[in-house]
Design a protein around this ligand. Structure first.
Ligand code: NAD
Length: 490
C-alpha cells in the first residue's frame, strides 16, 4: 500500500509527514492508498508556494496566447485518459461510472472556456477622458493562488478555477480532499506532461492544518474554496483577514417546486436523478420537493421511481446509484432519517441498511422519502447530503416561493411547469443563485458563473467563465497625458 506524494516544483516528492490516513473505496471498504495528513503535512505548503512564486514571476510575462497553448494539450490529455480517471473517481468517491464521465466532461469544458482568455482578458480604453488625456484598464495576474476542494467532485471542482488562473498568468497550489486524492494524482500525471514552468501547478495533500497553512501564507494571494458552509465561512473569514481575495462556496438545501401543470413522467425522472444522483452528494441535489395544489399522482410516481432505483457498486453496469462517501456519513444520514420520523415526518420509502449482495461492507443507503415534515423542523433546514427526499405539499406558488426565500441557503431552486408565466414569476422571485425551469440540477455550464447565494457562497466573484477571469486578475487603470505640442515634426 503506497503513501501518496505531493507534486512540487514539477516533480513527485514525499511529504515531510509520517502521519497518514486511509483513502477508502466506499463501495468495497478496500483501502486504496495512504494520504499524508496532520501538522507535519502542512509544512509542505511553504515549499510548494516558494516554487509557485518563482514560476509565477516567469509565467506572468508570457503572452496570453502562449499561456493557453498548454491548456489545449491538457484538454487532449484529459480526453485521452478519460476512462482511467473516471474509474478512479468511481473507486474513491463511489459515484457511478456514467456520473464520473459526466463530471470529467464538465472539467474539460472549463479548460476549453479558459482558452478564450486572450479575448476574455481584454479590457477598456477611453480616448480623451479630458482634453489630451486617455485612460485605460488592464488586467494583471495576482500571483500564487490556491484551491481547496471537497470530496464530492474529485476532478471537476478544481477546474472551476485552475485553467482560468493559469491562462491569466498566475500559479496555483491545489489541495484535494483527503478523502479522494487519487483522482488529482492521475490528473497531475497529465499536468507533468505540459510545457509549463516547474512549480506553476502544485499538489499538496493534507487536511485542516494544510488548509490553515494556505490561509496564512503571505505569498498566496487568493483562495478558491468549495466545501461545507461552516468551513466556507471559516475560510472566508481567515483568508480575508489575511488580506487575500477569497471565493468560498458552501453547502445547500435545494427546493424543487412542482406545479399541477407539470408533465408527471418527465418531472419524476428528472427529480429522481437530481435527488439520488451521486447518492445525493451534490451541492445541487434536489432535497425538498414541494408539490403545489396537486393530487396524488406525482407523489405515487416519485415513490415508485425511488423504489426501483438500482443501488450498488458504481463500476458495475446497470447501477444507478452508488454508496455515500464513508461509514460516518452513512451513520449520519441514517440518523437524520430517524430524526425526521421523530420530528413528525411520514417515512414513505425507507432506504436504511439495505442488503447489497457482495458489497456488505459498502456505505450504501437506498433512496428514501419522508413526507410532511413540519416546515420549521430541524431536518427541513439541514443539508442531508445523502439520497433522501423530503416531500411537502403547499396550496399556491406564492407559498412555495415564500418557503424558498426563507431558506438560509441559496444554491439552487427549480420549478416544474408548462406555464411560461409561472416560470417567469419563479425566475424573478425565487432567492437562489442557480435557477432551473424543468431542470433538476441547475449546474451552470463553464461559460457562466456558479452563482450560489446566501449561506451557499461567501465572496463576490464566483467560479467559471468571466467571473473566474475577473477573480484571477487585478485591474490596473492607467491615465496618460501626451500634449500635442510634444509631437515631433518629421
Ligand atoms: P468539507 O467542508 O468537509 O471539506 C472541504 C475541504 O475543506 C477539504 O479539502 C477539507 O480537507 C477541508 N476542511 C475540512 N474541514 C476543515 C476545517 N475545519 N478547516 C479547514 N479546512 C477544512 O466538505 P466536504 O465534506 O468535502 O464536501 C461536501 C460539502 O461541500 C457539502 O456541504 C456540499 O454542499 C459542498 N459543496 C458545495 C459546492 C458548491 O458549489 N457550493 C460544490 C460541491 C460541494
Amino acid at each position: 500500500m503506497h503513501t501518496l506524494k505531493n507534486y512540487i516544483n514539477g516533480s513527485w516528492q514525499d511529504s515531510r509527514s509520517k502521519e497518514t490516513i486511509d483513502v477508502v473505496n466506499p463501495a468495497t471498504a478496500e483501502v486504496l492508498a495512504h494520504v499524508p495528513f496532520g501538522a507535519q503535512a502542512a509544512t509542505d505548503v511553504a515549499d510548494a508556494v516558494a516554487y509557485a512564486q518563482q514560476a509565477y514571476l516567469q509565467w506572468k510575462d508570457v503572452p496570453v496566447l502562449k499561456r493557453i497553448q498548454p491548456l489545449f494539450k491538457f484538454k487532449q490529455l484529459l480526453e485521452a485518459h478519460k476512462e482511467e480517471i473516471a474509474k478512479t473517481i468511481t473507486m474513491e468517491c463511489g459515484k457511478t461510472l456514467a456520473e464520473s464521465y459526466g463530471e470529467l466532461q464538465r472539467a474539460i469544458e472549463n479548460v476549453e472556456v479558459a482558452c478564450g482568455a486572450p479575448m476574455l482578458m481584454q479590457s477598456e480604453f477611453l480616448e480623451n477622458v479630458a482634453t489630451g488625456i486617455d485612460e485605460y484598464m488592464i488586467r494583471q495576474p495576482l500571483g500564487v493562488t490556491a484551491c481547496i476542494a471537497p470530496f464530492n467532485f474529485p476532478a471537476m471542482i478544481s477546474f472551476w478555477f485552475l485553467p482560468y488562473a493559469i491562462a491569466c498568468g498566475n500559479s496555483m497550489v491545489i489541495k484535494p480532499s483527503e478523502k479522494v486524492p487519487l483522482t488529482m494524482m492521475k490528473i497531475f500525471e497529465l499536468i507533468d506532461q505540459l510545457d509549463i514552468p516547474k512549480g506553476l501547478i502544485s499538489l499538496v495533500h493534507g487536511g485542516k492544518q494544510t488548509v490553515d497553512a494556505i490561509l496564512d501564507h503571505p505569498h498566496i494571494k487568493s483562495i478558491s474554496f468549495v466545501g461545507s458552509t461552516p468551513v466556507a465561512k471559516y475560510i472566508y473569514a481567515r483568508g480575508t483577514a489575511n488580506g487575500k481575495r477569497v471565493q468560498a462556496q458552501g453547502g445547500a438545501k435545494n427546493p424543487v417546486v412542482v406545479l399541477p401543470d407539470a408533465d408527471v413522467d418527465m418531472t419524476t425522472q428528472i427529480i429522481a436523478d437530481s435527488v439520488y444522483g451521486c447518492a445525493g452528494q451534490r451541492c445541487l441535489a434536489a432535497s425538498v420537493i414541494v408539490t403545489v395544489d396537486n393530487d396524488a399522482t406525482i407523489k405515487e410516481s416519485l415513490v415508485a421511481s425511488a423504489k426501483k432505483r438500482s443501488t450498488g457498486y458504481g463500476l458495475l453496469e446497470g447501477i444507478e446509484m452508488g454508496p455515500v462517501i464513508s461509514k460516518q456519513s452513512k451513520e449520519r444520514v441514517e440518523s437524520l432519517i430517524a430524526l425526521g420520523v421523530k420530528e413528525g415526518g411520514n417515512l414513505l420509502v425507507d432506504g436504511r441498511s439495505p442488503n447489497i449482495p457482495s458489497y456488505e461492507q459498502g456505505n450504501f443507503i437506498k433512496p428514501s422519502i419522508i413526507e410532511n415534515l413540519p416546515l420549521e423542523s430541524e431536518l427541513m433546514r439541514t443539508e442531508i447530503f445523502g439520497p433522501v427526499m423530503s416531500l411537502v405539499h403547499m396550496k399556491t406558488i406564492d407559498d412555495a416561493i415564500a418557503f424558498i426565500n426563507k431558506n438560509t441557503y441559496g444554491n439552487m431552486a427549480c420549478l416544474f411547469t408548462s406555464s411560461g408565466a409561472s416560470a417567469r414569476k419563479f425566475r424573478n422571485e425565487a432567492m437562489a443563485g442557480n435557477i432551473g425551469i424543468n431542470i433538476g440540477v441547475a449546474a451552470p455550464m463553464a461559460q457562466f458563473p456558479f452563482s450560489g447565494w446566501k449561506e451557499s457562497f461567501f465572496g463576490d466573484l464566483h467560479g467559471q467563465g468571466k467571473h473566474a477571469i475577473e477573480f484571477f486578475t487585478q485591474t490596473k487603470v492607467v491615465i496618460e497625458r501626451w500634449p500635442k505640442e510634444w509631437s515631433r515634426k518629421f
